[in-house]
Write a protein that binds this ligand. Structure first.
Ligand code: MD5
Ligand code: FE
Length: 203
């Protein structure tokens, strides 16, 4: 069911559950070609989340800063193509939330082991803030922090469960957001992991 969190933000509860096994197979195929890696913030701090990407471009972070790049810095090869079912899910979810015509060119894959977290930040490395971002959560649950347009605003909390799909667009696209440390547990399909996919129009 669709829960509107705000005019431009919708949580499609359990939207991906029915196709979780095939989605995961697509994700695992990408991760074999482009293994997830710990990234560094421009300040030199290690991120606890390991990331990979698929699509025409992928997100990378190192001492030079955050950016989208056409190749995986780990292998020097282009990122794996965005798998068809993943892409279709992102496009359909965007349309259901009120953003028809979404054409993602990048899918960032965030892999969380127990204890991994993401600090409060904005997603502003994309060229076109008019396109929404679609986020798909798989595996262990996590508490998502959804803040305001300034860092000072106290963030709200939503639990993201396996299969939940979130769409952020319009006035909500630039909210500060983050993820609290993932609690240890065992998911029947993913084991001791949370994987979050974010579909973006980067270019
Ligand atoms: C995650 N990933 O669970 C989150 C889900 C990231 C990231 O934050 O940058 O990889 S994406 C949630 C999101 C995206 C864009 C805008 C907003 C939230 N928002 O306005 O709250 O690994
Ligand atoms: Fe983000």
């Amino acid at each position: 069911w669709l829960e509107r969190l705000s005019p431009g933000a919708a949580l499609l509860h359990r939207r991906a559950c029915e196709i979780d096994a095939v989605l995961l197979a697509e994700v695992e195929a990408v991760l074999r070609q482009a293994p997830p890696r710990g990234m560094q913030t421009p300040g030199g701090r290690a991120m606890s989340v390991a990331t990979s990407s698929c699509g025409a471009c992928g997100w990378v972070s190192d001492a030079r800063g955050y950016r989208y790049a056409e190749r995986d810095p780990g292998s020097g090869q282009p990122w794996p193509a965005m798998p068809a079912l993943l892409r279709a899910l992102a496009e359909e979810a965007a349309a259901e939330a009120g953003f028809p015509g979404f054409e993602p060119d990048a899918c960032l894959i965030n892999c969380y082991a127990p204890g991994a977290k993401m600090s409060l930040h904005q997603d502003k490395d994309e060229r076109d803030f008019g396109a929404p971002i679609v986020s798909v959560s798989l595996g262990l649950p996590a508490i998502f922090l959804f803040g305001g347009l300034s860092r000072a605003e106290r963030p709200g909390r939503v639990e993201l469960a396996h299969g939940d799909v979130l769409v952020w667009g319009g006035p909500d696209r630039m909210r500060f957001h983050g993820v609290l440390p993932v609690a240890d547990g065992m998911h029947p399909l993913l084991g001791r992991r949370r994987i979050n996919l974010t579909f973006r129009k980067a270019r």
